[in-house]
Each structure stands twice: as structure tokens, then as C-alpha cells.
Write a protein of this length. Structure first.
Lengths: 433, 826
């Protein structure tokens, strides 16, 4: 790593007074990148993003430049750029702060990305509960229109772009890109069958690209700094800066920007270490859908490859930290209840599986589990993982399988307790009222 | 489901154009590009379990029951794939449950999950015994469940219409029903609500009644003429019909193929009966015709034949009491024969047959008229009709069949279909489904010449070419000049024009269509409403036509028929007979001595009052009927005949396709019309050779079609009527579900009929208030007003619905000028 991990990029304006105003933004280099971009060609921009190696920040890490290049070259149908600002993954808390503190970086990114993909209409689908954020984004979009950066013939370039901020429908599944498109069209949010992929038939069956907020907000910096500059941060395959949302039992939870590949040990230093010095027990590298890590994994580089090699996923870099006071089965139960509640219901494994898993875990935590239940849990997880329609089902089993993998004893202990307790209960059926 | 012949292949077999080679369970197979894996496997004989998959619905991939392992370019895909959504590719290696432990476990896992919330109430479930869930759980599931916790429960059943009941606990959420409603029928009938394990099927009313859902869904009921299909394709017992619920077990039923008697679509179906009683009807699978669908009338309207008042024994009117009394067949036939023979030798006897006969029965009437009654006074058109229509039928329709005429397949591939005086969803629902399919899947443009944007216009993604009733002919004549786009599209290869029965009420319309078709090359097809009309036309149950389209005025044709029938040369009457209106008028004025009537309701005739007068005028009336009717009231002899389930025969559907069926309920003793007429003929010394439907068909087949293609109609179009103040022009046609006599005894079905309203334009409705009274000198109809996009000065009424019997009450029809006035508050 050549750059000091503390040189902020994405968050550099966040602490400036009124950082969300266009005037602040423009004082701090804002709206300089899109001028360069509009002077170039769409192809050049796509190539630049490919060269920079920018990977999607929404969870899956798909190379953004490659995704952009899937958009058709012609304009037979309107092209749409859709920004995924649904931020639903438990523990994730980066997109909303970004849009609150620096909405114009997203808007400038949208202009550049839309131009690169020949799109003239961009939708920002914001998680519905984030009302304040929606207002701020709307205000920023108005400012950008007033400045002539949006609308017809942007700064005389001949390029037109409208941005619509859309309040989401309040379901985790609406963060899944195809469910998001259905929701944006006014339907129930449920994932769509692919193919066709959004680049072929997305919003209103027209070519569409869905990108995460942080992905797009990174774009103006790349245009200004260049691919090589971007690659100075992070690792070979996972270049660039990243906002880690750190929550849980740490001294100073919050958003910490650091190059990809930073370890939890380093992150803990940034956020003041474990709260009250109580030792770390387990943590998620990228939200609850990514398998748990333990204290063993303090030095795992948190980039796409590092997290995967260690048996988890980078996800949304939502680092949830739990100390020794927390029961793993209890935490796993809470997460499972979340997935049960959020399963969209379309496919059998996720819909029925999460319903079942939640009940078994609830029973265990209440002290009514059996050792057999642990095997059932694992086998049901096996029947969900890779069998569901979308990745929500896969994510739902992560806490359970990784929780049992690292902390089987805790689950066993619960069942042991149950057995001992049950031993004192009369055997005769109906003997109790 | 269609199982094509096994296409097992070896490495040497060349891969034909548009095909790929893949391996399934170690066996090489060649499959057409785009085929879904689940179907390719099926062709090899491997049935992959499935729930959401349905060959006629867009793939969903929702249930995950059909998972298989797939290897592409030598690399195994990391997850098992849904074989119902993945298409074949060259070099693909597929392992189903037969060879892949992973696929097998995945399938068992999904099955176990599907059952955790299932009530397992098979012993009281209608579907038990024919249930894909039950069957596949036996074949691909585990014997016991590891689920020890609480099942999700719902109040049940939830009526989503008077006919369809929903049990949400049994539902496996495969979305077949919702996809059917959305994709095939286009009705916003039911949809998915809520999410996760609470996800459920529901309607707009059940949406916000999570806790109240056990209540009947009152208020606005859903409207779909096709709702019964959802019951049939539901892979579990979640959707049941009020009609069949708890009536029978599948294994107690005997199934027999049938052909629907309700309209000219010609649907193949299946009738299930138990102990001599029909319990239900299901859609058959006929890709050429109805695919796997039926309309609700075809599915549910069969209990008319089980009505308590069914005629089982002949009746003869007692001279003294004037009452109909039961009589032995021999006596009844003798009285009938004597009366008819006397009339024949007097002022004459005429025949009215109605449009619901099989070809065989219609042929018997046709032959009976000619050789027993020696008359051409016969007409099957128990509805508005015209001499122009006769010319049209003789010159353009008779003799067309799927080999030389328009077919369903052609509709599906047509660039343009122009519907004229034809309301497909109401008059021929399967034609409607095909039009919708064509428009939805292939972009067929559907243009409707009518009066308002009916649901069918919207659901065929169609365009309305609105005109005043009676102005259709002028509108068609105006296409060349005023609708040049449309004119060009009509000249495209494969363009089709469909015309309905109402055209007979618009002078000049058939002529205009004939000219349009000749000029543009668009193919023209007639879609009558009733199942028997095409057959009766072919059988010669018309005053101008002998069997096979031969003109009665053509001496050679007559001679040919005489030879074939083995009657003396010159025995056949030479002059065209009277049409329905002519027969009725003649009988009313005492110019006829007898009427032989087969299944005609006077209220269907152009002038019901005159028809009643004719029946009462004192001529001798022989009625062949199923149930007491307005005709039997006046009849001197009533001869009971068999309903479709109790006889064999065939219909010609609108395509001219023969739809044959055999007896479902054997040995009921009920006789088909052709048999009754044959015996009656014997009493009158005329040999019909129609003892059985089979014999009748053989006899008819000896007269292959020989239509005369000249004599096309050439009637100038009339000026559309101009209503004065306080008047409007009447637009009217029948609803699919209405007061038709074959829909009796079926209240659940009746509950799904469309609301009976009068439709007017906003301007025309002004000042009328909530209700309008439509009247003529004969009488009036008062209905709630609904504003729609009709031309001003037009009022639309349903033809034969509760409170709107247009013919009977107004004595008027489509294109008549009527008075309109405020109908007062309810
Ligand atoms: C259940 C589920 C929820 C998701 N939620 C979000 C989300 O809230 N925000 C987001 O950006 N991506 C989310 N994703 C990922 C998106 O589907 C998609 O991959 C992403 O928006 C693409 O953007 P990127 O390429 O810029 O990362 C979710 C995926 C799944 C399966
Ligand atoms: S895995 Fe299935 S039920 Fe779960 S959210 Fe995705 S599609 Fe819906
Ligand atoms: S009601 Fe039947 S067809 Fe509809 S989703 Fe449920 S199981 Fe499937
Ligand atoms: S049958 Fe394939 S997913 Fe349902």
C-alpha cells in the first residue's frame, strides 16, 4: 500500500461545514470530473473504469466497467441507470451517510456513468425509511438542475440527463437489483428470472445498469485521478478505497474509509479498539449474509479475495463486531428472524426454509432444542444454499452454518441444558395440565 | 403435455440446423434450440418433478423443485439449476435425479420444505388421488418429515368468487394461477400478496384483510371467464370449485373425452362422471384448438342436463283436457307422423332447428324436411338473420375447413386480425384467448370494429374502430379511403377478418366484407356463436342449401342428392324454402299446417311475439326437446331427446373442423334427435338412414361438399340509422354468461357473470341519472348506467341477461332505434 490508509477519498468532504451543499462541493473539486468526462467519449469512460478495476460496492464485487460495457451501443430503446441506494444488508451503513454528507459526489458520478452508458434517465432508488436522506438527495438534485448540471444540454455538451429520486418500498429484497426494478416499476418487489439480464431488458424492459451508491460515487475520483492513481489504493484485484461500516462492541462505531485489503486489526485501531476492552468473539466482514469470522481472522485482508479465501465474503464491508458477552445462538436466531421476515416468498427453499430455521433456533434459545436439531439446521441450510432463486436465501444460511462451524459447543450446550431440564419432567403424556 | 418421439442420438448423428446436441444422464440427445431442459428430459422419458412449470406459461423458476446438475464446456455449474428455466445448449451435460445425488437431494430437500407448511389433509382434499404434490412427494420425497414446529395456518376456504374457493394452507405458491390470469386470460383475478411464509394468493379485497380473510369476499368480485382453468392447473388442492368441492374422489370417477356444446370454438374436454351423473368437466389437451384451456361456461355449465324437469318420456296433448300427457313412444310417434303427414299434404310443414344440433342431428332434420315433409322450409338460424347472410354462407363459408380456411394457428401467426361485429371474449372465448396470445407473443395487431372498448379490446392489446350500430358496413367500405394504414395491413400475407353472428343485423355488411376480402386478399372467416351452426350449414338445414353446400335450385345437385338418398328423380322440392322469419310469419298467418321444432327458444327469434303467435296459431307442433320450454307449451307432441353427454356425434367448429365425441353416459335410454327423426320418418314412409349418429354421418359423407362459390352477397350498405331526440341506436350482443338455457342450475357460475348494465357515452348519459330506461313500442328495459366510450346517441345492452332480455322485451336488435329516458332511482 503506497497511500497512507488515512488519506480519505470518498469521505474527504464529510466533515466540511454544510458538506452537502453544491457550493461546498464545488469549492472542494466538485463538478470538475464530469466536465472532463463529457469532453471524452462514452467508450473512453468505460475503458477508464475497466482500467481502474473498480468493483461493485453493493456486495457482489462485479467489475463496474465490464457491467457498463454490456449496455448496447445503439439507442433503439431508452437506456436507464439505476442507483441502488436501498442499503438493506444488516450492519451496512455507508450509502446513506454518503448521500447525507456528500450527495453531489453521487450525482456527479451519475452524470458520468449515464453519459458512458448513453442513458438519459437515472433513478436513485433510496431505502424508503431514510426520509431525511431522500429529502437531502432531492435538494441536491434541484441544486444540480439549477446549476445546469442536469436537464437538457448539460453545460452546453449536448448531453441530457434527468435524475429521479425514488423512495423504496421498504423490503430488504428490494435491494436485489431485479426486485428493485420491479419495485421501481410499481410492482411487488420480487427478483426476476435471468436472463434476460438488466443490460438487455431491465427497467421497463429497456437496457439498464444497476450500481451501488458507493460504486458510482467513486467514479468522479477516478476520472480526476486516473486509473493508476486509483490502483495505488487497495490490492491488485480489489483496488481503491472503501467505506467500512463498523458497528457493535467497539469504542467508536462509524464509517471508516480505508483501502481495500485493510484488516480488522487495523480497523479496530482506527475505531479505538474493543469497547471497554472486552475481547472480541465473532464478527461479520460484510454484513449478516457473509459467514462469521472469529478472533482467528483478525489479520484477514478485507478485500474480495482475502475474505473469500478465509471462507467468507467481503459483502458490503459491514463489520459487525461482537464481544464475549454475546451468545452466538442468540445472535444467529436474531439474524435468522430477519431473513424469515424479509424472504420475499417467491421460492420454496428460502420461504419455507427460513420459516423452519427460525422456529428451530427460537426453540433452541428457549432451551427446547435437541442435538438432532443441530443436524437438521445444517441439513436444511444445505437444502437452501444454492437452491434458492436469489442470493437472499444463500445469505440467510451464512450465520447459521458459520455459527455452528465455529461455535458448535454453544449450540450443544443449549441442547444439553434442555435435556437435563427435560429429564426432570414427568414422562407421562398429559400428566401436566 | 406433448411428448415428441424419443430423439436419442449418437455422436455420429448429424445435428440438424437449429438444433443442439447435449447429454442427459449419459444419453446423447438432439434438441431444438430454445427448448427447456425439463422438456428435453421428458422426451427421453425422464420426468423431473415440478410445480411452477407449465408448458403454456412463461417460465418462473419459483418452486425450485426441478433442480438438476449442469455442466457447461466441461465445467460443472456451482449450483444445481432449475431445468424449467434453462434452455438446452450444445455440449451441455445434464444430470437429473436419476444420476446425480446432488440433484436428488436438492429435489428431496425442496419437497420436504414444501410440505412443512402443508396441512396434509389429503383425505378431505378434492385433489387427493390426482395431486401432483401427492404424487411427486411419493416419488421424490422423504417418508417422514423432520419438521416438529408450528405450521402456518390460514382461515379457509376463502371464496375469491362464487365459483372458486381458495385454501391458502394447501397452496405451494407456484404462481401458476396468477401467471395464468395475468398471461393467458389477462384478467386481474388474483395475485400474490404479502411476503415470506405469509405470502399468499389473494384478491384486491383479501389484501388488507389478513385477519378477516375468512370472510366472504364481498363487494367487487373478480371477473374472469377463465377462472376454472386455475383450478385445473393448480398442482395442489388450493383452488377448488364450489361446484365440485367434496363431490367425489378422482378414483371413483370415470373419464370420457368430450367436445363442448356451448360455442363454436370447438373445445376438447374431458367429462368425469360417477354412477351415471356427470360430476365435472375439465379441459382436454388439443394444441390445435383450445390448447389446455376452457372457458368457465364450457367447464361448469353442464347441469342443465340433470335438471329435475328433464323430459324423459314422450308427451301427447290430450284432445279433451288440452294437457300434455305421457304417452308410449309408439303412440307419440304415430300421432306426430300423422299430424305432420297431414300438414305436408295440406298447406305444408316447416322445420326450425336452432343452432345447437350436432352435424348428424342437423342432417337428420335436413333430410327429414326434404323427403318426409317434401319442403325446403327449414332454417337453423334461431336468431336475427338475412337473405344476404344466406348468400354469404353459401358462397364463402360452407365447405371451408382447416385445410383451406382460417384456423387457430393462422390467427396466431396473422400480422393483423380485424374483428367485425364480433365480440370474441363473449362469443367465442377460445378464439379470444388465441387472439390475446397472438398479440402478446407475436405482436399481432387486433382491430375491433364495434361500439366501445370492451375488455377484449384491451386484453388483445387491440384498437377500436368505433361506429354506430348498423354503421359497420359503411365503416368497412370506408377503410380504403379513411384508414389507409389498416388497408395496407389487410393486404399483408396472413391477414384475417373475423365476422360474427351480429353481422346478419347490419344490411350490406357481409357484402362489404366480401368485397374487402376480395380486394385486399385478407382471409375471411365466420365465427358463429352457437356450436351447431357450422354443422347445420354443412348439413343443409337451410332453405336454399342441401347438404354439402349444394343449392336447392341446382338441378344437377338435386339429382345427385336424389340418387344418393335413393329417392325418385324429381322428388326433392325445387324452390328455395322460407327462412326462419318467413316460416314464423307463414305459421302466424295460417299459411302452414305444421311446425317441427328442435330446441328453439322463441325469445331468441327476431320477433318473439310473432313466434309465440305462430306457435299458438293452431298449426300442428312437434317439439323435440330436453326440458319443458315455450315451444312445448304449445306442442301437440313432445319427443324427448338426449343431451350431449348421452349421445355421440360431432360439431363443426368455426374453422369447419370436425369435433367428434362418443357417448359419455351409456344406457340412459335417451335418444339423439337423428334417431327420433329416423323412426318418425319410418312412420311416414321415408327412410332417413339416421338410426345412429354414426349412420347419419356415413350417409352425409356420401355427399362430399360441393359448394357454389358464385352468388356472393351484393347488398348496398344502408345509411346508419339516425336517432331523433330522446332516442338512441341500440347496440347489443350476448354475454358469455347470461340467462342462456344451457346455464341453468348453476348458481356458482352465474355469480361470475359480468354486471348487467347499460352503456352510453358521457354525453348521451347526461341527464339520465343512475339508471336508464330503454324502450320500444313493445316494452322496456331499465338498467344501471355505465359510461363508456361509445359514439354519442348509442346505447348498449346485454342481449339476454337478467333484466335485459332485449329481443323478448323490446322486439328489437342491434342497430334498431330505441327511446331512452331516465330510469329513476333504484
Ligand atoms: C437480498 C439482496 C439484497 C441486496 N441489497 C442491496 C442493497 O441494499 N444495496 C446494493 O447496492 N446492493 C444490494 N444487493 C446487490 C444488488 O443485487 C446488486 O448486485 C448491486 O446493486 C449491484 O451494484 P454494484 O455492481 O455497484 O455492486 C442486494 C442483493 C441481494 C441478493
Ligand atoms: S431466495 Fe427466493 S424467497 Fe428468498 S428472497 Fe430470493 S427469491 Fe425470494
Ligand atoms: S393456488 Fe395453486 S396454482 Fe395458485 S399458487 Fe397456490 S398452488 Fe399454485
Ligand atoms: S418447476 Fe422449475 S422451478 Fe418450479
Amino acid at each position: 500500500m503506497n497511500t497512507d490508509p488515512l488519506t480519505p477519498v470518498l469521505t474527504k468532504r464529510w466533515l466540511s461545514p454544510q458538506s452537502w451543499r453544491i457550493s461546498t462541493y464545488e469549492k472542494l473539486e466538485g463538478y470538475t470530473a464530469f466536465r472532463k468526462a463529457l469532453a471524452g467519449t462514452p467508450e473512453q469512460l468505460v475503458q477508464l473504469i475497466k482500467d481502474a478495476g473498480l468493483r461493485g460496492r453493493g456486495g457482489a464485487g462485479f467489475p463496474a466497467g465490464v457491467k457498463w460495457s454490456f449496455m448496447p451501443q445503439n439507442e433503439e430503446k431508452p437506456h436507464y441507470l439505476v442507483i441502488n441506494a436501498d442499503e438493506g444488508e444488516p450492519g451496512t451503513c455507508k450509502d446513506i451517510p454518503l448521500m447525507m454528507a456528500d450527495p453531489h459526489s453521487l450525482i456527479e458520478g451519475c452524470i458520468i456513468a449515464a453519459y458512458a452508458m448513453r442513458s438519459h434517465h437515472c433513478f436513485i432508488y433510496v431505502r424508503g425509511e431514510a426520509l431525511h436522506c431522500i429529502r437531502r438527495l432531492n435538494a441536491a438534485v434541484r441544486e444540480a438542475y439549477d446549476a445546469g448540471y442536469l436537464g437538457r444540454n448539460i453545460i452546453g455538451s449536448g448531453f441530457d440527463l434527468d435524475i429521479t429520486v425514488h423512495a423504496g418500498a421498504g423490503a430488504y429484497i428490494c435491494g436485489e437489483e431485479t426486485a428493485l426494478l420491479d419495485s421501481l416499476e410499481g410492482r411487488r418487489g420480487q427478483p426476476r428470472l435471468k436472463p434476460p439480464f438488466p443490460a438487455a431488458a431491465g427497467l421497463y424492459a429497456a437496457p439498464t445498469t444497476v450500481n451501488n451508491v458507493e460504486t458510482i460515487a467513486s467514479v468522479p475520483f477516478i476520472v480526476n485521478g486516473g486509473a493508476d492513481w486509483f490502483r495505488q489504493m487497495g490490492t491488485e484485484k480489489s483496488p481503491g478505497p472503501k467505506i467500512y461500516s463498523i458497528s457493535g462492541h467497539v469504542e467508536r462505531p462509524g464509517q471508516y474509509e480505508a483501502p481495500l485489503g485493510t484488516t480488522l486489526r487495523e480497523l479496530l485501531e482506527l475505531c479505538g479498539g474493543m469497547k471497554d476492552g472486552i475481547p472480541l468473539k465473532f464478527w461479520t466482514p460484510g454484513g449478516s449474509s457473509t459467514p462469521l469470522f472469529t478472533a482467528e481472522h483478525l489479520d484477514v485482508p478485507l478485500d474480495f479475495e482475502g475474505a473469500a479465501e478465509a471462507g467468507s465474503m467481503l459483502g458490503t464491508t459491514a463489520v459487525q463486531v461482537f464481544n464475549e458477552t454475546v451468545s452466538v445462538p442468540w445472535a444467529v436466531m436474531k439474524w435468522t428472524q430477519f431473513y424469515e421476515h424479509e424472504s420475499c416468498g417467491k421460492c420454496t427453499p428460502c420461504r419455507e426454509g427460513t420459516y423452519w430455521l427460525a422456529q428451530v433456533l427460537e426453540r433452541m434459545v428457549e432451551g427446547r432444542g435437541t442435538e438432532e436439531d443441530i443436524d437438521t439446521l445444517l441439513d436444511v441450510c444445505d437444502n437452501i444454499l444454492g437452491r434458492s432463486f436469489c442470493a437472499l436465501g444463500d445469505g440467510a444460511v451464512s450465520p447459521i452454518t458459520s455459527g455452528i462451524k465455529y461455535f458448535r459447543d454453544e449450540f450443544l450446550a443449549l441442547c444439553q441444558d434442555a435435556r437435563e431440564r427435560n429429564a426432570t419432567v414427568p414422562e407421562l403424556v398429559g400428566a401436566q395440565q | 403435455m406433448t411428448i415428441a418421439p424419443d430423439k436419442s442420438a449418437t455422436a455420429e448423428t448429424p445435428v440438424p440446423e437449429g438444433h443442439v446436441r447435449l447429454t442427459i444422464d449419459g444419453e446423447e440427445v438432439i434438441a431444438p434450440k430454445g427448448e427447456l431442459l425439463i422438456r428435453t428430459a421428458e422426451r427421453l422419458g425422464t420426468v423431473i418433478p415440478r410445480f411452477c412449470d407449465h408448458p403454456l406459461l412463461d417460465p418462473a423458476g419459483a418452486c425450485r423443485q426441478c433442480l438438476v446438475e449442469v455442466e457447461m464446456n466441461g465445467r460443472p455449474m456451482p449450483k444445481p439449476q432449475a431445468s424449467c428455466t434453462m434452455t438446452v445448449a450444445d455440449g451441455m451435460v445434464v444430470k437429473t435425479q436419476l444420476t446425480s445425488p446432488v440433484a436428488d437431494k436438492a429435489q428431496q430437500g425442496v419437497m420436504e420444505l414444501l410440505l412443512i407448511n402443508h396441512p396434509l389433509d389429503c383425505p378431505i382434499c378434492d385433489k387427493g388421488g390426482e395431486c401432483p404434490l401427492q404424487n411427486q412427494a411419493m416419488a421424490h420425497g422423504r417418508a417422514d418429515s423432520r419438521f416438529r414446529d408450528r405450521k402456518r395456518t390460514f382461515p379457509k376456504p376463502l371464496p375469491i368468487s362464487t365459483q372458486v374457493l381458495l385454501d391458502r394452507e394447501r397452496c405451494v405458491l407456484c404462481q401458476r394461477c396468477t401467471r395464468f390470469s395475468d398471461q393467458i386470460a389477462g384478467d386481474p383475478f388474483i395475485d400474490l400478496l404479502e411476503r415470506g411464509a405469509h405470502q399468499q394468493i389473494g384478491t384486491a379485497e383479501t389484501a388488507d384483510v389478513f385477519d378477516l380473510a375468512s370472510r366472504t369476499s364481498s363487494g367487487k368480485p373478480f371477473h374472469s371467464y377463465f377462472s376454472g382453468n386455475t383450478i385445473q392447473i393448480c398442482p395442489v388442492g388450493a383452488l377448488t370449485s364450489a361446484q365440485y368441492r367434496f363431490r367425489s374422489r378422482p378414483f371413483d370417477l370415470v373419464s370420457s373425452p368430450n367436445v363442448c356444446e356451448h360455442c363454436a370454438s370447438g373445445c376438447a374436454g374431458r367429462t368425469d362422471y360417477r354412477r351415471g351423473r356427470v360430476m365435472r368437466r375439465l379441459a382436454g389437451d388439443d394444441p390445435e384448438v383450445n390448447e389446455e384451456w376452457l372457458c368457465d361456461k364450457g367447464r361448469f355449465a353442464f347441469r342443465y342436463a340433470q335438471a329435475a324437469d328433464r323430459l324423459r318420456r314422450p308427451l301427447v296433448r290430450d284432445r279433451e283436457t288440452g294437457r300434455l300427457e305421457e304417452a308410449p313412444w309408439t303412440e307419440a310417434l304415430r300421432v306426430a307422423a300423422e299430424g305432420l303427414a297431414k300438414a305436408r299434404d295440406g298447406k305444408g310443414a316447416a322445420v326450425l332447428t336452432g343452432g345447437r344440433l350436432t352435424v348428424e342431428d342437423a342432417y337428420a332434420y335436413s333430410k327429414f324436411a326434404r323427403i318426409a315433409l317434401r319442403t325446403n322450409d327449414i332454417d337453423f338460424r334461431a336468431r336475427a338473420h338475412s337473405p344476404e347472410e344466406l348468400d354469404f354462407l353459401a358462397s364463402r363459408v360452407v365447405g371451408t375447413n382447416p385445410d383451406n380456411g382460417v384456423t387457430y394457428a393462422e390467427l396466431e401467426n396473422a400480422p393483423l386480425v380485424l374483428c367485425v361485429a364480433f365480440e370474441p371474449e363473449e362469443e367465442s372465448p377460445i378464439v379470444f384467448l388465441r387472439l390475446r396470445k397472438a398479440a402478446r407473443n407475436k405482436g399481432t395487431k387486433v382491430v375491433h370494429v364495434g361500439q366501445w372498448s370492451t375488455p377484449a379490446v384491451r386484453k388483445t392489446f387491440g384498437e377500436l374502430l368505433a361506429c354506430v350500430p348498423g354503421g359497420e358496413a359503411a365503416a368497412i367500405e370506408g377503410i380504403a379511403e379513411h384508414a389507409t394504414d389498416l388497408d395496407e395491413q389487410l393486404q399483408q400475407d396472413g391477414a384475417v377478418v373475423l365476422v360474427g353472428e351480429r353481422a346478419a343485423e347490419v344490411p350490406g355488411l357481409f357484402s362489404a366484407l366480401h368485397r374487402l376480402s376480395s380486394r385486399t386478399g385478407a382471409r375471411l372467416a365466420w365465427v358463429p356463436r352457437r356450436a351447431g351452426e357450422r354443422g347445420a350449414l354443412h348439413a343443409g338445414a337451410l332453405p336454399t342449401l342441401l347438404p354439402g353446400g349444394r343449392a336447392v335450385t341446382d338441378a344437377d345437385a338435386r339429382a345427385e342428392v336424389e340418387r344418393t338418398w335413393g329417392v325418385e328423380a324429381g322428388a326433392l322440392p325445387t324452390e328455395p324454402g322460407r327462412d326462419t322469419a318467413g316460416i314464423v310469419a307463414a305459421a302466424a298467418s295460417g299459411e302452414l299446417d305444421a311446425l317441427l321444432v328442435g330446441g328453439v327458444d322463441p325469445d331468441d327469434l327476431p320477433d318473439p311475439a310473432l313466434a309465440r303467435k305462430a306457435l299458438a296459431a293452431g298449426c300442428f307442433v312437434v317439439s323435440l326437446e330436453l326440458r319443458p320450454s315455450a315451444v312445448t307449451e304449445y306442442a301437440d307432441v313432445v319427443l324427448p331427446i338426449a343431451p350431449v353427454d348421452e349421445k355421440s356425434g360431432s360439431y363443426l367448429n368455426w374453422e369447419g373442423r370436425r369435433r367428434e365425441f362418443s357417448v359419455t353416459l351409456e344406457g340412459t335410454g335417451a335418444l339423439p334427435d337423428c334417431r327420433v327423426l329416423d323412426t318418425l320418418g319410418v312412420e311416414m314412409d321415408a327412410d332417413l338412414f339416421t338410426q345412429t349418429p354414426e349412420a347419419a354421418w356415413d350417409d352425409l359423407s356420401r355427399l362430399p361438399t360441393r359448394p357454389q362459390r358464385n352468388g356472393a352477397p351484393d347488398v348496398p350498405h344502408a345509411q346508419p340509422p339516425a336517432p331523433g331526440s330522446g332516442q338512441a341506436v341500440l347496440a347489443t350482443w350476448r354475454q358469455l354468461l347470461d340467462d342462456g338455457s344451457l346455464q341453468v342450475e348453476e348458481p356458482h357460475l352465474a355469480g361470475t357473470a359480468r354486471r348487467v348494465v347499460a352503456r352510453l357515452s358521457k354525453a348521451t348519459a347526461e341527464g339520465l341519472g343512475d339508471r336508464v330506461t330503454v324502450s320500444t313500442g313493445r316494452g322496456s328495459v331499465t338498467l344501471p348506467v355505465e359510461v363508456a366510450d361509445l359514439p354519442d346517441g348509442v346505447v348498449w345492452l346485454p342481449g339476454n341477461s337478467e333484466g335485459s332480455k332485449v329481443r323478448a322485451s323490446l322486439g328489437a336488435g342491434h342497430g334498431a332505434v330505441v327511446s331512452i329516458a331516465a330510469g329513476g332511482e333504484r
